[in-house]
Design a protein. Structure first.
Length: 502
């Protein structure tokens, strides 16, 4: 797909369809809307006057253009609500709505006029990211009713903007949008089609294509390293576990190279709950329990192309969690790589077990900052629903920076407390700690468990269980995997690079 940034007037843009942001209480009596209104014979002012189109978020009005007032053949108005609330999230959704709607009309080339003020490179990036994300579908394995219509070209139109900056932003948006959709595609793969071995192979393909170094630890190497916590989860499956380690090294390092950021993502390619078997209803969705690992691979895919000036480590512990005669049983004690002993109370609290050894290994490889992400607890959905991702950790500046990066790209994070008292809930009578802390504060006690392995390293934990999957389709997005946190992590990494002297 071609992506273009263009600084011409909307009247001059050649595309089959032009999509334009419209704000609440706008009239079609001046500026761009006046021009567009004339091109469609006054229909815009008519639908606004009759309140057929009130510019609510996601609302659309679609017209065929007559005459030669515009070079586009069709016009799509997209409601964006209050102008003062028009930020990155709304701009992304506007672009996603444009792409999905116009593709459904079999349009091949579209131009999007976001009508936003500010950094034109960042605006172009945001628009293209939103449009590409809007094109993702779940129908990969359908043999009929598959979406085969495609967009061939997307142009971002910001009249009078710097042409070079617009083109840079559009290209960056393509890289980020495609990496988010890559993550979503992995998260949507059935467990039978994405075992730990296959996920490792997909990561190796990414590393080879985009110039990352990669190391995949097999079971024997993990055994030699003493990763009893991770290996206790894979014990019940015939599929061998893998620990994926990807690394990005900048060709030209920044002026200040005083640390190593590690991204660590949970990669349970299917989670039955193990011996502590989950209820059968909706268990099929547990194919997405490797979204943390997918987020790591997708983020590494993007930064390998964007080339920030700091090194980044990506670590993804991958396993299935199944019941069998070999499976870990409730009451068993396992020993982590650090030597810490863990009483396994519930085998369905397996994500923290694989992350424990992965975090310890990231530290062994030199990580001085760690951000982990995992579909870790059902409790987070009760606490925050599907709106905010929970963030907890030991380094407040790191947490604040992740939250700020999320705001910049339109992803929401909400900090939960991690007071030392919560650690009391995971104390074991017969081991150092236990893997669950009871019904109270489930998301927090899961983080308290991980904190035992992050120890004194700057660490932030993202519980994406509530936000990694969308149960219903939206005008700007299909139902299913959302790709949450990929954009935030990329923004965080690039900010860190600028601070280190890009």
């Amino acid at each position: 797909m071609d992506v273009i940034g263009n600084s011409k007037s909307c009247r001059e843009i050649k595309a089959q369809a032009l999509a334009v942001a419209v704000f609440k209480d706008e009239k079609a009596d001046k500026g761009l809307l006046k021009t567009l209104d004339a091109a469609v014979g006054g229909l815009i002012s008519s639908v606004i006057k009759t309140e057929e189109f009130a510019a609510k978020e996601g609302e659309t009005a679609y017209f065929h253009i007559t005459g030669n007032a515009l070079k586009a053949e069709r016009l799509l108005l997209i409601g964006c609500g209050e102008r003062d609330a028009y930020k990155a999230a709304q701009m992304t959704q506007m672009a996603g709505t444009a792409a999905r709607f116009l593709r459904s009309k079999n349009v091949k080339s579209i131009a999007i006029a976001p009508r936003a003020d500010g950094d034109v490179e960042k605006i172009a990036q945001t628009v293209i990211v939103g449009a590409i994300m809007g094109l993702f579908e779940l129908d990969k394995y359908r043999t009929k009713d598959q979406e085969k219509r495609t967009l061939e070209r997307i142009t971002v139109v910001i009249e009078g903007g710097d042409e070079k900056a617009l083109r840079r932003g559009a290209e960056r948006g393509r890289i980020i949008g495609e990496s988010v959709n890559f993550t979503r595609d992995l998260a949507n793969e059935p467990g039978g089609y994405l075992t730990p071995t296959i996920l490792a192979e997909r990561a190796q393909e990414v590393a080879k294509k985009f110039g990352l170094s990669i190391d995949v630890l097999d079971q024997k190497r993990m055994e030699r390293l003493g990763m009893g916590s991770l290996l206790s989860v894979s014990r019940g499956s015939d599929e061998p576990p893998k620990l994926i380690v990807m690394k990005y090294e900048p060709r030209k390092a920044g002026r200040k190279q005083n640390g190593l950021l590690a991204l660590v993502g949970k990669g349970i390619t299917f989670d039955s709950g193990g011996i502590s078997l989950k209820p059968g209803e909706n268990m099929e969705l547990m194919k997405y329990d490797m979204t943390g690992a997918a987020t790591v691979v997708g983020t590494m895919r993007a930064i390998a192309q964007l080339k920030p000036s700091i090194p980044v480590l990506g670590v993804a512990p991958c396993s299935e969690n199944l019941p069998s005669g070999k499976a870990t049983k409730p009451g068993d004690i396992v020993r982590a790589m650090t030597g810490k002993t863990i009483e396994v109370i519930n085998t369905d609290a397996e994500g923290r077990l694989v992350l424990a050894d992965a975090i310890a290994y990231a530290k062994k490889l030199g990580a001085t900052q760690i951000i982990d992400m995992a579909t870790l607890t059902g409790a987070v959905s009760i606490a925050l629903g599907d709106v905010n991702t929970a963030i907890l950790g030991t380094d407040q500046s790191l947490i604040d920076e992740v939250i700020d990066a999320g705001k910049e790209v339109g992803e929401k994070f909400w900090q939960l407390p991690l007071d030392k008292e919560y650690t009391n809930q995971i104390k074991s009578d017969i081991a150092d700690i236990k893997n669950v802390g009871g019904k109270k504060a489930g998301t927090i006690t899961a983080a308290a468990f991980l904190k035992e392995f992050a120890d004194d390293t700057a660490w932030a934990h993202l519980d994406i269980a509530g936000t990694a999957w969308g149960d219903t389709a939206q005008p700007y997005r299909s139902k299913g995997p959302t790709g949450i946190a990929v954009r935030t992590l990329i923004e965080f990494i690039e900010r860190s690079a600028r601070q280190n002297g890009n």
